[in-house]
Design a protein around this ligand. Structure first.
Ligand code: 5BU
Length: 270
């Protein structure tokens, strides 16, 4: 099992990034390290699901470029729900271009992601300049950047030197790069870097009870919250279809919250 030396509450108190600190405080206060991935194409559907699951999650993850009827009113409503329920927002944009283009994509266009999203993420395949492109708005607005160090999909090439660069940049500057997207912790918890893992479901491939749904037909691969948190040391689990595709999303959110929080508490105790 992965060993934690600090609780998430202790890490909140010392977190050098404002969005990261708020997230760790929310996690500790609400006792949830579950991020919901709101992968729906209709804004009303996203908002109603967000309202239903908000009490059980710390983070709403969005892909705004799949929303058919995107508008700034949608963003304002999602923000209101998030504020009411003590939830932050993470636009999973995966910036991957040269720094200057990433800067424009982050700040401008019709989405204006920097204005409303507490966190966003970036690939480092184009080199460290992408971080410098995102830096200006992120620092001005107190946002957190997450770098992709690993992906959950089969055959991913986010490995080797790409992983190493993401880890190195986060370790060097946790005040800006507040986290890594990876299958598990790649740095000790004293590095002040939050790890978030997608590809998580209670029906993951290591599930002892559920009939395992190891993935989808597009290469996604799932593990259980327990494996991601206890065995691999991740901090936050990102769950989409196992909740939003369930017959009862609220019940599924509660089950994932409980499993993820128990796995975290056990990894602190041991
Ligand atoms: P799912 O329905 O739980 O499979 O959704 C997973 C979400 O996480 C989805 O929005 C993906 O875009 C996102 N994701 C992922 O699945 N794997 C990765 O490595 C990264 C993001 Br990075």
């Amino acid at each position: 099992h992965h060993r934690r030396t600090l609780t998430l509450e202790q890490r909140a108190a010392r977190c050098p990034n404002p969005a990261g600190r708020r997230l760790l405080e929310i996690i500790s206060r609400k006792r949830t390290n579950l991020c919901i991935s709101l992968d729906m194409t209709d804004s009303a559907e996203i908002l109603s699901t967000a309202r239903l699951v908000a009490p059980y999650v710390c983070l709403f993850k969005t892909h705004v470029d799949i929303v058919a009827d995107f508008s700034q009113d949608f963003v304002a409503e999602l923000t209101a729900i998030a504020e009411e329920h003590d939830v932050l927002i993470f636009e999973d944009r995966k910036f991957a271009d040269i720094g200057n283009t990433a800067r424009l994509q982050y700040e401008a266009g019709m989405y204006r992601i920097a204005e409303w999203s507490h966190f966003t993420n970036a690939h480092v395949v184009s080199g460290p300049g992408v971080v410098d492109g995102l830096r200006g708005a992120a620092e001005r607005l107190g946002r957190g950047l997450l770098l992709l160090a690993e992906m959950s999909s089969a055959g991913s090439l986010v490995t080797g030197p790409v992983t190493e660069l993401a880890v190195e940049l986060a370790a060097r500057e946790p005040a800006l790069i507040t986290g890594l997207i990876a299958g598990g912790a790649l740095l000790p918890d004293t590095a002040d870097v939050i790890t978030m893992s997608p590809g998580v479901s209670l029906a993951g491939e290591d599930s002892p009870t559920a009939r395992p749904a190891a993935g989808d037909s597009f290469g996604q691969q799932y593990v259980t919250p327990r494996r991601a948190i206890m065995d691999r040391g991740t901090d936050v689990v990102i769950v989409g279809r196992a909740i939003i595709g369930a017959a009862d999303p609220v019940a599924a959110a509660k089950l994932h919250q409980t499993a993820a929080w128990q796995a975290y508490e056990q990894s602190v105790a041991h």
